[in-house]
Design a protein around this ligand. Structure first.
Ligand code: F6P
Length: 342
């Protein structure tokens, strides 16, 4: 059997660990051959491939990024996209695909599976917002990076009696903000699921100063003020999946807090630092186990499935279960962090 492998969407630490596990077990246990498709769905769409075997996977376990490259190409937005993919798979002699991606890449995989393409999915995203799985790999690394940043910001905020606002990734879901905020002892955490009131935020900032500490706010890039309007968050264009580029909420908050409280406030945007570099041990472990299970699913002909972490087990769930609805922070989970606000 010949198996195509691709990685799509925003990159994330652990992608290479999945590729390595898929190829190692695929070759050694199942006797498969592999084709690497470059840059997400662009690879099978345009027939852009690279050699992929055990040799290409040597030394990549701890490496961030993806040796296959990535893109946000959406074949369903292009003329005869599905037909072109099917033609290229046939031309390359590829019998099955392993697609590693988030809601968009796996959303495409879900539709392709319905259209007769033999595909299994592996969930990835630093945002941890895919349903069906307890965690996605990449998330733990992002949370650790954000937590280290918060730890460092505490000491400089104290020294200068300043407010420090840390903007982290998280378009629709506040998982990175919530986990790093709790782990780093943030004084306020703002997430997309819970629109914030700027007056309440300023009151918490002031109460923190009253106890002679400097406040650290962690804010997801997708957080929105309750009153809407005024604090615009959008910068840039829409990608092929219709997502706007977010950014700027940290800066807007810092300016607003400074204007309302008279306390000096600065913003730090962690941005792509959260996505780059070496994965944590947990993410390597999870990515590797997803990869091993994915290639077994291919061998068993269990297509249209996505790998999912359930407790400590790796299960297979229908692709649609992972991509149907985003996994968001519940009010109860948010309330746990609120105990530490102010
Ligand atoms: O979906 C993962 C993610 O890192 C989001 O948190 C973020 O909004 C987005 O990707 C950024 O995308 P890009 O790398 O294309 O700017």
């Amino acid at each position: 059997m010949r198996v195509g492998v691709l990685t799509g969407g925003g990159d994330c630490p652990g992608l290479n660990a999945v590729i390595r596990a898929v190829v190692r077990k695929g070759v050694k246990t199942h006797g498969f051959e592999f084709v690497g498709y470059r840059d997400g769905w662009r690879g099978p769409l345009e027939g852009v491939t690279m050699e992929l075997g055990i040799e290409q996977c040597r030394g990549i376990l701890p490496r961030g990024g993806t040796i296959l490259g990535s893109s946000r190409t959406n074949p369903f937005k292009l003329d005869n996209g599905v037909g072109r993919i099917k033609d290229n798979l046939a031309k390359d002699g590829v019998d099955a695909l392993v697609a590693i991606g988030g809601e968009d890449t796996l959303g495409v995989a879900t539709k392709l599976a319905d259209l007769g393409v033999d595909v299994v999915g592996v969930p990835k995203t630093i945002d941890n917002d895919l349903s069906g799985t307890d965690f996605t790999f990449g998330f733990d690394t992002a949370v650790n990076i954000a937590t280290e940043a918060i730890d460092r910001l505490h000491t400089t905020a104290e020294s200068h009696h300043r407010v420090l606002v840390v903007e982290v990734m998280g378009r629709h879901a506040g998982w990175i903000a919530l986990h790093s905020g709790i782990a780093g002892g943030a004084n306020i955490v703002l997430i997309p699921e819970q629109p914030f009131d700027i007056g309440e935020v300023c009151a918490l900032v002031e109460s923190r100063f009253e106890s002679h500490y400097a406040p650290i706010l962690v804010v997801s890039e997708g957080a929105v003020p309750r009153e809407g309007g005024d604090m615009t968050l959008v910068s840039g264009d829409v990608d092929e999946f219709g997502h706007v580029r977010l950014g700027g909420i940290g800066d807007r908050l810092a300016k607003e807090i400074e204007a309302r409280t008279g306390k000096e406030a600065r913003a730090v945007v962690l941005g792509h630092i959260q996505r780059g570099g070496t994965p944590t041990a947990f993410d390597r472990w999870l990515a590797t186990r997803f990869g091993l299970q994915a290639i077994d699913a291919v061998a068993e002909g269990d297509f249209g499935t996505m790998m999912a972490l359930r407790g400590t087990r790796i299960d297979r769930v229908p692709l649609a279960e992972g991509t149907g609805e985003l996994k968001l922070v519940s009010p109860e989970e948010y309330a746990e962090a609120q105990v530490f606000f102010g």
